[in-house]
Structure formats: structure tokens, C-alpha cells
Design a protein around this ligand. Structure first.
Ligand SMILES: [Zn+2]
Length: 125
């Protein structure tokens, strides 16, 4: 593949992604550990907190679903960095600003396209 595009060094963004991935993995391990331990008394000292505990459990499962999606996005972003296809807007194919990538490394849209997408979503009933 020949390209005249200058190669941008995404090592900093990759570090951010890897740190986020590690964080999610550590968090889900913690949630799984908590779930298998059940109510061990340390987290819920009062039995009347049982309902709250169950709510927490539901929240954790939801959180896991969301974190899981983010994890997939992080893996995809890391793959794009490895294959040199990272940092390009999938809508307009412009290079995404490095500052934006550092703030939101999993993004696949540039600011302009993201703003447009959000405006369209806001218009939906
Ligand atoms: Zn764009």
C-alpha cells in the first residue's frame, strides 16, 4: 500500500486505550468475584439492605454490558492502530484530530461528523 499521508505516532493513544482496557478488565473481575462470593457480610452489613444489594447486582450486570461494548471498541481501536487504519473518520475519511483521539480514543468519527450524528439523533422522536 502506497500512501502520501504522514504517519502519525499513536503510541500515546495506544497507552490510553490499554490503560482503559486494563481498568475494565480489573473492574469486571471484581464484579465476577463479588457475584460468586454472594453476601459475605462485608458489603451489606444489614440484612435489610438485601433489596439494595439486588439493585446493585442489576446495576453491575448493566454496567458490565456497557463496559463490554466499550471493551470491544477498545480492542477494535487497538487493531486499527496496529494495521495503520486508525484515526480516520469513517464518514468523511478525514484524519481525526489527535487531541480528540486522546480525549476519546475509541471514536471512529471526526468532530464534524459526530456533531452531525448527534444532531440527527436529537431530532428523532
Ligand atoms: Zn468526519
Amino acid at each position: 500500500m502506497t500512501t502520501s499521508e504522514p504517519t502519525i505516532n499513536y503510541s500515546e493513544v495506544r497507552e490510553i486505550l490499554e490503560a482503559q482496557r486494563d481498568e475494565i478488565l480489573a473492574m469486571s473481575e471484581e464484579i465476577i468475584a463479588k457475584g460468586s462470593m454472594g453476601t459475605d457480610g462485608t458489603n451489606f452489613p444489614d440484612m435489610s439492605d438485601q433489596a439494595t444489594a439486588e439493585q446493585d447486582q442489576n446495576f453491575n450486570i448493566r454496567l458490565r454490558g456497557r463496559e463490554q461494548k466499550l471493551l470491544v471498541k477498545i480492542e477494535e481501536a487497538l487493531e486499527r492502530i496496529a494495521s495503520n487504519s486508525y484515526g480516520v473518520c469513517e464518514e468523511c475519511e478525514e484524519t481525526i484530530a489527535l487531541e480528540r483521539l486522546k480525549a476519546r480514543p475509541v471514536t471512529t468519527l471526526c468532530i464534524a461528523c459526530k456533531t452531525e450524528q448527534e444532531e440527527q439523533e436529537a431530532m428523532r422522536p
